[in-house]
Every structure is written in structure tokens, then in C-alpha cells.
Design a protein around this ligand. Structure first.
Ligand SMILES: Nc1nc2c(c(=O)[nH]1)N[C@H]1C(S)=C(S)[C@@H](COP(=O)(O)OP(=O)(O)OC[C@H]3O[C@@H](n4cnc5c(=O)[nH]c(N)nc54)[C@H](O)[C@@H]3O)O[C@H]1N2
Ligand SMILES: Nc1nc2c(c(=O)[nH]1)N[C@H]1C(S)=C(S)[C@@H](COP(=O)(O)OP(=O)(O)OC[C@H]3O[C@@H](n4cnc5c(=O)[nH]c(N)nc54)[C@H](O)[C@@H]3O)O[C@H]1N2
Ligand code: SF4
Ligand SMILES: [Mo]
Length: 755
């Protein structure tokens, strides 16, 4: 007998509602939930393969513990004993910073990943924190921190209402969107065009998204900051600046005008390879549109001027009056956001409060660059201790960060490593203990992180669709027990972790005059929380204290966990609305348009005006049926165009003697890889593209399908030294590479032979 259950899809940022078909304990089908208040039935091929992803036989079912050099199946008790025995001596002997924590991308897609890692990191007191943010969106956090005083105040384009979208370095037709949570992003772009709006795409590749656009500009990689600075210049030069309702909330306009004076369209045109007249047109169109939004993602962040580009995106939205207005770019308000505090000056955002030990990279948002993880492990310095023990949660940096070979060796040299990961893969194979979370069907779900970037405010919660299999432990309990074991309270009741967070949060709330529970007794409030588990009680607490919450009775119609549970297809909380000045937390209480660290970095951008690297540069690409490094093990999602091939323009191929299908060697600062060529004019001349997340040919992994077509690790071309200096974000796009056709004698049987 089959039944159905609702479950939010955790496989990308779009957060579609799925209706799962379940037979026994197995998910045998998935379709879009037409009644979902947010996704209204949308689903993509990944979501449709939820059952195959969930039921992958290579997923680990029991913990693994290394004994006599071998990872062997063990009990949970043995596994956590080993964690405590591995980490505590390192802390006691070498100090807190010698324990590193690596948090990977799926933490934003799990309930546990939002609730426990902050407690773990705070409990350890380590500064050796590395996350996927520094190979992704850290430049956006830094620019938001500097502009608005809050690194999490990231405006999202109002996709459903805008008249004009300038989309930069993003390919939502494959990625389904990022820092812009929007089920059916492709449909929303088509609807924008259908209602008479315009779409401009800036991307060195003619992507599926670019094909949908009114205009596609194949920019030279890494130069978006120059283009955006020139557009800013044009707005001032042609008197097109119009802040509208933002005027009272913005400071620094004249200083900004002066700061961009050198970036004329004529000055940037050669570097960007975009005509000066076109740059003027882009600025004029942006200013003239009734509403408009500039939106940029990976291609604008993972470059040497990532923070400047991220900042200029918002600058353009601000100068055209499009920030914080419907149809422009607005600040979402999620149901689990903190109780909004009254508008007014805040503490602001500080960078570089400490530095990494080896290369002295500044921290950003409490994090050090993931690019520096290997050297923080393998390099001794006169002062400070290397990282000797590592806790990796949902992270595969051997493939996703620069120079995997070096990191591979570094991880192998650790005194102790624990991975919370469902797979034995390129990274977790180095662990002394692997703690496997259950598959998504057996996990509860709420999008704490992604709702804060959603194009519509809404709240949804899924309880596990299938009960936990015997012998399994929820990821919440795994992370709670891991936290206890790593922080010296091994063996305590994991519920104590949730109880402590509840006490701390309520204890703070009752002291805040703007809180709905001001002056009340935190213990009494805690007793009123509902939910079947610690994480559910924490969700209830956050909902009730949040902007739509019942305030523990103050607003009886407000949200509670019970109310959300009573609406299994979710509760719509309305379109994005103007919120300024409330979100601002800068010292001035205003948008600080030209923050000092940005002003200090602009001379570097000015020097880029004269740079014209002659050779070939590399960019990445994503494929709809894949996700970073961990979805190549699902047969239903592999094959076809989802392959690790090198896209190269016909003119470059001819010049370099590269034939379609033939092996090409790429050489970068960090090493060499060889991949089959796919000659296509979808990349511009001078640019080649290789996807990331491949290279599944390392020994001692358990990814039986992925190893059959392993591909190569594009990040091996990087040595980890190229960073955006303000954010510490890795440069993954626009990287210089040398390219040569592989002679037939050198082709191994693994590669597509020359024909
Ligand atoms: N060259 C290049 N490199 C890139 C990028 C690029 O565009 N180009 N993109 C970068 C970006 S944007 C990102 S976000 C990073 C991603 O890089 P990572 O943060 O390393 O994330 P993934 O590659 O997705 O690997 C996630 C790990 O989590 C595990 N996992 C899957 N589901 C779960 C779960 O439910 N719980 C737990 N605990 N673990 C789980 C997987 O098995 C895998 O080991 O890669 C970056 N690397
Ligand atoms: N199917 C699928 N979906 C995913 C993922 C996945 O791996 N697969 N990963 C998820 C994650 S972790 C993230 S962060 C998001 C990312 O979401 P997106 O940012 O939409 O990701 P990409 O598809 O990599 O698009 C980046 C685009 O930038 C272009 N580009 C490269 N360099 C430059 C440049 O210098 N300037 C400009 N203007 N463009 C440039 C590339 O050609 C590429 O088309 O996707 C998420 N969704
Ligand atoms: S678009 Fe993303 S969230 Fe929606 S079904 Fe596909 S993978 Fe899942
Ligand atoms: Mo990402």
C-alpha cells in the first residue's frame, strides 16, 4: 500500500514543496505539490529524483570509526566516545583554535545545520572556522555588512513584480537561483518578459538564461566591478541619480560620485570588452525603468573584485531608488527572523577583528577563508598552533575548495577528524569517525536560512515523511551529541543543548524592551513551548518571538509551531514589502554608501583598468541535474549533457589544435587536469568552462556510481592564493590557465580518445 507525504525539497535553494509517494519506508515517487503556497506545483528533474537521491544504496547507515587504520562500522556510543577522545586532548594541549570546523553547503538545506553548528562553534571557542561561504557569497555578506551594518541583510530582486532585471553572473535556468529563493525561477523570468519587462544577462557564456534574455553581454570574466562602476559613473554624469524614498536613509552620495569619477565607460570598455555606448544604455535603461533590480551571483562573487562588485550591485539599486521598493530589490522578512528591533543606529559591521595564522587573511563574519584551510593544517608558524583536529559537517572541501591534492594530504596528517556526512567521499575518507545523518525522507525540514532570501514571505515546516529507521539517529541529535562530545560534556543528555539555547534566547528576549515577552519569566515561557523534540521547541520559540509570531499570547492570531503544523502546504505571509530604515544596523543608522574598506579597495580596481591578461581564462558552470560535489552518484541524474567536459570556443580550439571530444590539458597555479573538449560557441573566445564538483577517482571512497565517470577536479588548477582581499572569498572564475591538446600517445583509456 502506498501513501503520500509532503516534504520541502532540500536539493537546491528554490525550496519547492514536494508530494512524495511512499511504499513502506521507501520513497518511490515525487511530484510538485500544487497546493504549496510558495512553489505551486513546480518541480525540477532533481526534485523528481528525490526517491533515488534519498534511497541511494551507497548512503552510510551506521557510524564508522577508524581502528588500526581502517574505517569500520561501529555503534553510536563508540563513535561519540571516539570523538570525545579525539578532540578533547587536542583542545587541552594546543588550545581551542587548534580544532577547526568546516561547514559545507548542505547546512543551509537542513534543519539541524541551522540549529547546531553555531552552538558547536561557540562552545569550542575556536577561530578556525571555515565554511562554503568563502567559496561562494562572502563578498555579498561583507558588502551588506558595510552598507547596512548587517551581513545578513541581503536584498533580493522582486522577481514577480519588477519591470527590468539586470542579471549578472548567475544562471538560474540551471541553478534554480541563489540568494534569491524562488521556485520556478525560469517561469518567473518568462513571466517578466510576458508582462513587457526586460531581462539583460551579463555572462561570458551564452547560458540557457542568456538565451531567454532581451540582451546578453558576454563580458570578459572578472571585470563586472568595472562595468558596474562605469554604470554608476554614467548615472552621476547624466544626472540620472534619483534616490526617491531612500533619500533620508542614505549618506555618502557626493563621496561616492567622487570615488567613481575615473571609471568612465570609455575607461572600462577594453577591460570588460563591452562597448562604451552599451554601458551607457545599460545605465539609462536601469534609471528609466518604472522599477528595476540588479541581481548578481556566483560569477560576480568568486572573482578578485567580488566585494566591490557585490557592493556596486546594491549601489546601482540605491541610486536608482530601486532598493526597498516593490519591483526593485527588497529585504525579505522571514518568520523565524529575530524580533524586529526599533530603527536606529546599531553596532555596525567590523572586518578583520583577527587574522589567519599563516597568510594573515582577515576574518570576515567570524570566518577564515576556506582557501586557507590546507595551510592552516600543514604549515607551522612561530606563533600559534596549526589546526590538528577537524570537525567537518556536510562539507567536501577536497573537491569544492582550491588545491584538493594539498588538502587531501593535510587532512591525512590530522591528529583527528570527524565528518558528519552521509557518504564516504573524497573528504570524509580521511575522517577517524564518520557520523551519517539519515536521508532527507527521515528528517524534519524547515528553511531557516533560505527563507531569509525568499522572493515571497512564507513559512513551511515538514515533519519526517518516513520514521527513523532502527539504528538511525536524527541529524539534530547527531550534532547535539557531537557538540557535547567536542566541548567536554560528552555523554550528557542531548536535549540539554536545546534547553540551553532556549534559556539563553528567552533570557535575552525578556530583557529587551521591544520584545513581546519583555519582563516575563523565561522559565515559564519555556514551559509553554510545544513540539515533539528539542528542535521543534526551538522552532516554536523562534516563530513565536519572530515578526509574525504570537508573541507568546500577545498576538493570538500570530504564528506558532502548532499553527504552522495545521497548514501542511505552508502559510503565505505576503509579498516583499519596504522595510527601511528598520533593517539598518550601521553606526549612523543610515545606509553608508561609501564605507571606508570599500573606498580603500577602489584603487586596486582602478589598476585593473589597465590590465589585459592575454591568455585563456577559466570559468565554471552548473548543470540542472547536479549539485556541487555530491550528486554524481545517482544514476538517474547523470549522463547526457551532465558531463565534466571543457567548453571551448571554436576559434580558440582551432588556434590551439583542439578537436571536439579530444583530450585537453589545462595547467593552472595549483596543478594540471585533463578533460575532453566540447567545442561550442556558447563560451566567448578567450574563455573556457569546466564544471566543479567532479574528480571522484580517489581511493577508499564509497560512491560506486560516481567513480564510473569521475571527471576531474577543476579546483586542482588553483593554489588557493587568489582571493578577494576584503572577504577572503576564493577566486574560482576568470582564472588564467594554459591549454594544450593532448598528444594521442599520452591519452589514457579513461579519456575520450582522439578520433
Ligand atoms: N570551481 C568551483 N568551485 C566551487 C564552486 C564553483 O562554482 N566553482 N561553487 C562553490 C559553492 S557556491 C559552494 S556552496 C561549494 C560547495 O561545496 P561544499 O560545501 O563542500 O558542498 P558540497 O560539494 O555540496 O558537498 C556537501 C557534502 O555534504 C554531504 N551531504 C549531503 N547531504 C547532507 C546532509 O543532509 N547532511 C550532511 N551532514 N551532509 C550532507 C555530501 O555528501 C558532501 O560530502 O562549492 C564551491 N566550489
Ligand atoms: N543544478 C544545480 N543547482 C545549483 C547548484 C549546482 O551545483 N547545480 N549549486 C547551488 C549553489 S551552492 C549555488 S551557490 C548556486 C549558484 O547559482 P548561480 O550563481 O546561478 O550559479 P551558476 O550556474 O554557476 O552561474 C554562474 C554564472 O556566472 C558566469 N560567470 C563566470 N564568471 C563570470 C564573470 O566574471 N562575470 C559574469 N558576469 N559572469 C560570470 C558563469 O558562466 C555562470 O553561467 O546554485 C545552486 N544551485
Ligand atoms: S528546483 Fe530545487 S527545490 Fe525545486 S525541485 Fe528542483 S532541486 Fe528541488
Ligand atoms: Mo553555493
Amino acid at each position: 500500500m502506498s501513501r503520500t507525504a509532503l516534504r520541502i525539497c532540500p536539493l537546491c535553494e528554490a525550496t519547492c514543496g514536494l508530494t512524495l509517494t511512499i511504499e513502506g519506508t521507501r520513497v518511490t515517487g515525487a511530484r510538485g505539490d500544487r497546493d504549496d503556497v510558495f512553489s505551486e506545483g513546480f518541480i525540477c528533474p532533481k526534485g523528481a529524483s528525490f526517491g533515488a537521491v534519498d534511497g541511494d544504496p551507497d548512503r552510510l547507515r551506521t557510524p564508522l570509526v577508524r581502528t588500526d587504520g581502517e574505517l569500520r562500522e561501529a555503534t553510536w556510543q563508540e563513535a561519540f566516545d571516539a570523538v570525545a577522545a579525539g578532540i578533547r586532548p587536542v583542545v587541552e594541549r594546543y588550545g581551542a583554535h587548534s580544532v577547526g570546523v568546516v561547514l559545507g553547503n548542505p547546512n543551509v538545506h537542513t534543519l539541524a545545520g541551522a540549529l547546531y553548528p553555531p552552538v558547536l562553534v561557540a562552545g569550542l571557542g575556536t577561530r578556525s572556522l571555515f565554511t562554503a561561504s568563502t567559496v561562494d557569497q562572502m563578498p555579498k555578506h561583507v558588502s551588506s555588512g558595510l552598507l547596512y551594518g548587517d551581513a545578513h541583510a541581503i536584498p533580493v530582486p522582486d522577481l514577480d513584480h519588477t519591470d527590468h532585471l539586470l542579471l549578472i553572473g548567475a544562471n538560474p535556468l540551471e541553478s534554480n537561483g541563489s540568494l534569491c529563493t524562488a521556485p520556478d525561477f525560469p517561469g518567473k523570468l518568462k513571466a517578466l518578459r510576458a508582462r513587457g519587462g526586460t531581462l539583460t544577462v551579463i555572462d561570458p557564456r551564452r547560458t540557457r538564461t542568456a538565451k531567454l534574455a532581451d540582451r546578453h553581454l558576454a563580458i570578459r570574466p572578472g571585470t563586472d566591478a568595472l562595468l558596474l562602476a562605469a554604470m554608476t559613473h554614467v548615472l552621476f554624469a547624466e544626472d540620472l541619480v534619483d534616490l526617491g524614498d531612500l533619500t533620508p536613509h542614505v549618506q555618502g552620495v557626493p563621496e561616492l560620485q567622487d570615488a567613481v569619477r575615473h571609471f568612465t565607460p570609455e575607461a572600462v570598455t577594453a577591460a570588460c570588452d563591452i562597448d562604451a555606448g552599451v554601458i551607457r544604455a545599460l545605465a539609462r535603461e536601469l534609471a528609466a525603468a518604472p522599477t528595476a533590480a540588479v541581481y548578481a551571483r556566483i560569477g560576480s562573487c568568486t572573482v578578485p573584485y567580488g566585494t566591490l562588485a557585490s557592493w556596486l550591485v546594491d549601489v546601482l539599486n540605491i541610486l536608482t531608488g530601486n532598493l526597498d521598493r516593490p519591483g526593485g530589490a527588497l529585504f525579505p522578512q522571514a518568520a523565524t527572523d529575530k524580533t524586529p528591533r526599533p530603527a536606529g543606529p546599531g553596532r555596525g559591521f567590523r572586518l578583520a577583528r583577527w587574522h589567519s595564522r599563516v597568510s594573515k587573511h582577515p576574518e570576515a563574519k567570524g570566518e577564515l577563508p576556506l582557501s586557507a584551510l590546507a595551510e592552516e593544517i600543514d604549515t607551522a608558524t612561530p606563533e600559534g598552533e596549526p589546526v590538528r583536529a577537524l570537525i567537518a559537517v556536510a562539507a567536501n572541501p577536497v573537491l569544492s575548495a582550491p588545491d584538493g591534492d594539498r588538502l587531501d594530504k593535510a587532512l591525512h596528517s590530522l591528529d583527528f577528524m570527524v565528518s558528519v556526512d552521509p557518504y564516504l567521499n573524497e573528504t570524509s575518507r580521511h575522517a577517524h569517525v564518520v557520523l551519517p545523518p539519515p536521508p532527507p525522507s527521515q528528517s524534519a525540514h524547515h528553511d531557516f536560512a533560505l527563507n531569509a532570501f525568499a522572493v515571497r514571505n512564507q513559512v513551511r515546516y515538514s515533519r519526517p515523511a518516513v520514521p527513523l529507521e532502527p539504528g538511525r539517529m536524527s541529524e539534530s541529535e547527531i550534532l547535539a551529541r557531537l557538540t557535547l562530545a567536542a566541548t567536554g560534556t560528552h555523554g550528557a543528555d542531548p536535549a540539554a543543548v536545546d534547553a540551553m539555547v532556549v534559556q539563553q534566547t528567552l533570557g535575552k528576549a525578556v530583557k529587551e524592551p521591544h520584545s513581546p515577552v519583555y519582563g516575563q519569566d523565561p522559565r515559564t515561557l519555556a514551559d509553554r513551548l510545544t513540539g515533539e523534540s528539542g528542535p521543534e521547541r526551538r522552532l516554536d520559540m523562534m516563530l513565536r518571538l519572530g515578526p509574525y509570531g504570537d508573541g507568546f499570547g500577545l498576538r493570538p492570531d500570530g504564528l506558532t509551531l502548532e499553527k504552522v503544523l495545521a497548514h501542511p502546504h505552508g502559510i503565505d505571509l505576503g509579498p516583499l514589502r519596504p522595510r527601511l530604515p528598520q533593517p539598518l544596523k550601521t553606526g549612523s543608522g543610515k545606509i553608508e554608501l561609501l564605507p571606508q574598506p570599500i573606498a580603500d579597495d577602489l584603487p586596486r580596481l582602478r589598476r585593473a583598468l589597465d590590465e589585459r591578461p592575454g591568455g585563456i581564462v577559466l570559468v565554471g558552470r552548473r548543470h540542472l541535474r547536479s549539485n556541487n560535489s555530491w550528486m554524481h552518484n545517482v544514476p538517474a541524474l547523470t549522463g547526457g549533457t551532465n558531463r565534466c567536459t571543457l567548453h571551448i570556443h571554436p576559434a580558440d580550439a582551432e588556434r590551439l589544435g583542439v578537436r571536439d571530444g579530444a583530450a585537453v590539458r589545462l595547467k593552472g597555479s595549483g596543478g594540471e587536469v585533463t578533460a575532453p573538449a566540447e567545442v561550442t560557441d556558447a563560451v566567448r573566445p578567450g574563455v573556457v568552462s569546466l564544471p566543479h564538483g567532479w574528480g571522484h577517482d580517489r581511493p577508499a571512497t564509497r560512491m560506486s556510481h560516481a567513480v564510473k565517470d569521475p571527471g576531474v577536479n577543476v579546483n586542482q588548477l588553483l593554489d588557493g592564493s587568489l582571493l578577494d582581499p576584503l572577504s577572503g572569498n576564493a577566486v574560482l572564475n576568470g582564472v588564467p590557465v594554459e591549454i594544450s591538446a593532448v598528444k594521442i600517445s599520452a591519452v589514457t583509456e579513461k579519456l575520450t580518445p582522439l578520433t
